[in-house]
Design a protein around this ligand. Sequence first.
Ligand code: GDP
Ligand code: MG
Length: 256
Amino acid sequence: MELWMHQIERWFQQAEQWIRQQPAEQLYLTIAVVFIASILLILLRSFNPSKSNIIVLAGLSGSGKTILFYQLRDGSSHQGTVTSMEPNDDIFVLHSEVDKKAKTKPVHVVDVPGHSRLRPKLDVFLPQAAGLVFVVDALDFLPNCRVAAEYLYDILTKASIVKKKIPVLILCNKTDKVTAHSKEFIRKQLEKEIDKLRTSRTAISTADVTNEYTLGVPGEPFSFSHCQNQVTVAEASGLTGEVSQAEHFIREHVKP
Ligand SMILES: Nc1nc2c(ncn2[C@@H]2O[C@H](COP(=O)(O)OP(=O)(O)O)[C@@H](O)[C@H]2O)c(=O)[nH]1
Ligand SMILES: [Mg+2]
């Protein structure tokens, strides 16, 4: 131990001597180069959104977000858990990738409860999100269609989504039941509802600041393809663990 301390001290002395021998300009230049390089690195990091690994799960209460969260993390639905009032928020390697030999990047999945009182939590995570999964109950879809469309409309008009072009996956859940609606049907219905909302909401008042951006092409019926960000539709069953399309979306936007 003593010997080591001596050795380290000697190295320090040698280094100090060497620095003293260098011309001052050279030292300043080195410091300047290191300084500029660090600044550039920091800037590059903040400008590169692909670095984010946050996936936000949103959707109405009862659509199946919490079960989906557990399926992604544990490969099990943990039936019988209590209603989630706090967001499930965890960083993990997708369960389906745990056994893979290849390098897998952990994903930060945030389950934001659908209760409207808790939705402001969305604004905390959205600006840094790599993607948003909007879970829809495909079984009990029609009675909830309007409310779901309103929630989705609010998400799609948020500045954080539009400006950063955050990809959105509309995930039609509960497809294990034969009476579940198809994803095509759900997409069309949501487009129709959003189209109605678009006319009614822009008519209210310009002082309405809740919707930060307008949607779609004026004069044309609304279609998700009009959105500046990518909006896709997929199916899942959180109950039976059929969540591969959701995992595919996550992997597409959180690069390993
Ligand atoms: N049949 C079926 N039921 C589901 C599925 N996913 C969730 N559920 C049920 O829907 C209810 C709400 O699920 P939960 O994950 O708590 O929804 P959350 O409120 O969005 O978090 C629960 O009773 C689940 O058992 C599914 O894929 N199929
Ligand atoms: Mg929940």
